[in-house]
Design a protein around this ligand. Sequence first.
Ligand code: C2O
Ligand code: CU
Length: 476
Amino acid sequence: MTGKRLTVARSGLSRRSLLAAGGGVVLASAFPPLVRAATSLEKTLVAAEGHVRITPDPYAQTGVWCYGGSVPGPEIRLHQGEPLRVSVENRLAQDTTVHWHGLRIPNAMDGAPYVSQPPIQPEDSFIYEFIPPDAGTYWYHPHAHSAEQVGWGLMGALIIEEPQPPPVDRDVVWVIGDFRLNDDASIAGGFGNRMEMSMSGRIGNTVTINGRVPDRFPVRSGERIRLRLINAAPARIFGLEFKDHRPLVVAFDGQPVEPHAQEGGRVVLGPAMRTDLILDMTGKPSQSAAVLDTFYKGLEYKLVDISYSGEPPLRAQPLALPAKLPPNPAPEPDLANARRHDVTLTGGMVGGMGMGGGMMGMMGGSMWAINGMAVINDDMRHMKPVLTLTRSKSYVLAIDNQTAWHHPMHLHGHSFRVITRNGARTKYREWRDTVLVPPRERVEIAFVADNPGDWMFHCHILDHQEGGMMSVIRVA
Ligand code: C2O
Ligand code: CU
């Protein structure tokens, strides 16, 4: 059954009746289903070495580590509330896990090595089985040796469709990321470089969309596109500007938000963050428009050209503004009675190299810390929870970034509202699972601790995570 959807999932037959029918017993199908079919979307993901084309001719193919022979791995797409069962086979030379980033699923399926499961050893396999509660744009990636494994190409899109998706002409997924390549298009070594780890993390030299150096993005005038952006880069932050277009954000990290244009027109995504855009192709036939990444000052570049076909516009009148997506069932935090905790981020290089800079608060071999605690060498075995929360209570975490670097902070197993930045209320109180905290900023997030278990809370710049900015929050 690997990798293919059981057709009975739609017809309402149970798995048992399918098996029975396969065995020649026709009677089974005579029973009308009383409840939704228990069949699930079944997939096998093999993590192994492979060769893919990242750069165009005349470059060679690139040796990668990947799921199912491709980078990104196969897109997994299912309906909200539909069970998913994925058998992960590890054919790498080191242990691995798969984390379903952003999904509020039971702890045992979370893919955090030593925290929620033993790592999957080479030649071993593990079955993940869960029902995604929320619709939206998610992704999957390993959670062991993360910087190296994601840096070699292990990641993929996970799309949970709404029961009634918003009307669009096309639903397009861009897994954006980067690789650090040598001149011959092979992946450069040097993972875990301590200097990079104490600064921005390993930023690649080759930016990709869906695993390829982008050529152009073909569109038709008048189209409405739902563009799902997933930042799967190990460290790079994107700030995308769609020239001559006005993308409207309709979801952050899978969670619906009031449709709005982003400030300055720039769509900012730290590592692991997602943004769903409604992009109306308002240009004329045969025009083109650039998508720029202007996040890092002085390092701006063109990501891709939007390229209009010569066809006449798809529709004569522009469409009405998109409606807000239907809400997901995440519980609303009770701010009046929420308990508060401070979360302080420290460490890293201050003031830059050779400018009188130095390390902030280096402790016991780690470079980064959360409330003074740090994981050494990515080893979660002896980690004590940095916070213990009571199940079903509401919490506000005030995350104070005392470092000179951005940190996309991710909490597993929950979505939270971003309620303030530097003391000012946020306009949209957006739900997220990863919040980008700029240097010296203080961000408050609020959520109900409704999912029991030990949950990772860490920076998603994978070098920072491995350099100590990783902790566990216990929901007891
Ligand atoms: Cu995207 Cu702890 O992970
Ligand atoms: Cu960080």
